[in-house]
Design a protein around this ligand. Structure first.
Ligand SMILES: Cc1cc2nc3c(=O)[nH]c(=O)nc-3n(C[C@H](O)[C@H](O)[C@H](O)COP(=O)(O)O)c2cc1C
Length: 360
């Protein structure tokens, strides 16, 4: 496409509003999924919605820029779209629809301004269709502040992948052994119990984890719940180490023998869940590991006289994320309480009988 147009750079953020259009389709001339289109890459028209014809630009993601490669998570991986231009289109579309500001990543503009709607029609005839609105006008745009903002009604809009910035998560240490009995520890924050009153716990694991390999090999693991003092053990156990390295030794942590499985827990944790593998769910790039808790042991010193978690004494280790890293934190008791029954119309918790015996 670029060969048909002069090369030019648009003014930054023209007009009072901006609209993005995805312009390449899977229709002809892209119907032949294996044919190579060298000029493929122009994917968005940025258009001033004030004027009907629209000043518009054909823009292109530059997959070669460092910033875009970093954002796309492709680092130095070399990309070859040859024979699969449709894949290029799919990826462009993926990023165009997920980025708040796709044009932040447009470093090459292979187009000219389009002054009339006829020129946009020409583009459409050339195969740049269907036109589709990706983002509507930015209400915060003004002459004095031409950069579209990500603020709306006093709300800051974050990218969806920033989830863990706003939900403090536990940092649990997962201890495992390989089939050869090499001991391993890794911090995991993507961990949750599965419903009440089940005994299942679920971990989300990246595929390349010794922890995951060990669970596959041995069907067991320990979830170690730790207090704030373990914060200096996070990085020593999170750093890459060879599968044959004993991570108890590396992190200078002592094992606590388990009662029902071979993998040891970590001495000094306040609670230990000895788990047997209950199943995997494979996703693209992640595996959910379901564990059945066989034994849940809690240090007496972390319990109130009523047998509940004493948060002041335990200070469970947690984290929330930010653009730069992990902020370690803990919880505070609000000293407010509601019984489970309060959720039900008759104030009775149907699971109450199960919980009558909470200890062994
Ligand atoms: C606070 C924190 C939480 C983490 N949570 C997870 C997680 O939930 N899932 C995961 O796959 N990796 C997580 N990681 C990354 C692993 O701990 C890290 O890659 C570690 O080296 C894996 O060790 P392994 O290969 O010995 O299993 C986390 C790292 C940190 C520092």
């Amino acid at each position: 496409m670029s060969g048909r147009f002069d090369h030019c750079r648009p003014q930054p953020y023209p007009g009072q509003a901006w609209v993005l259009y995805h312009v390449l389709s899977m229709e002809p001339p892209l119907a032949d999924r294996t044919k190579t289109y060298d000029n493929l890459g122009g994917i968005v028209i940025r258009r001033d919605s004030k004027s009907s014809g629209g000043k518009a630009w054909v823009l292109a993601f530059d997959w070669q820029t460092k910033a875009f490669r970093k954002f796309a998570g492709i680092g130095k991986t070399s990309l070859d779209w040859k024979n699969q231009p449709w894949l290029h289109v799919m990826y462009n579309r993926f990023f165009a629809t997920r980025l708040d500001r796709p044009d932040d990543f447009v470093s090459v503009v292979a187009a000219r301004t389009l002054d009339t709607s006829e020129e946009i029609q020409t583009l459409i005839r050339l195969g740049a269709n269907p036109l589709e609105i990706l983002l509507g006008p930015d209400p915060n745009w003004s002459e004095s502040n031409p950069k579209p903002s990500n603020k709306k009604d006093n709300m800051m809009i974050f990218k969806p992948f920033m989830r863990e910035g706003f939900m403090p998560l536990p940092i649990a240490f997962i201890s495992t052994r390989s089939a050869d009995k090499v001991r391993n520890i890794a911090p995991y924050s993507c961990i949750m119990p599965v419903l009440r009153p089940l005994d299942l716990i679920c971990l989300a694991s990246a595929k390349k984890r010794d922890t995951l390999n060990n669970i596959r090999e041995t069907n067991e693991f320990v979830v170690n719940l730790v207090g704030h003092k373990f914060s200096d053990k996070v990085i020593p156990t999170a750093r890459f180490s060879k599968p044959e390295a004993d991570e108890f030794e590396l992190a200078e942590l002592s094992p606590k023998p388990s009662s029902m499985i071979g993998a040891p827990g970590i001495a000094g944790a306040y609670a230990w869940m000895e788990c047997r593998l209950a199943g995997f769910h494979q996703g693209p790039g992640y595996t959910l590991v379901m564990g059945k808790v066989l034994r849940l042991e809690v240090n007496d010193a972390c319990l109130t006289p009523e047998g509940t978690l004493d948060l002041d004494r335990t200070k469970p280790l947690m984290m929330f994320g930010s653009k730069k890293g992990m902020h370690y934190c803990t919880t505070a008791d609000l000293n407010q309480f509601d019984p489970f029954g309060a959720m039900f119309p008759d104030n009775r918790d149907p699971l109450a009988p199960v919980y009558e015996e909470g200890t062994e």
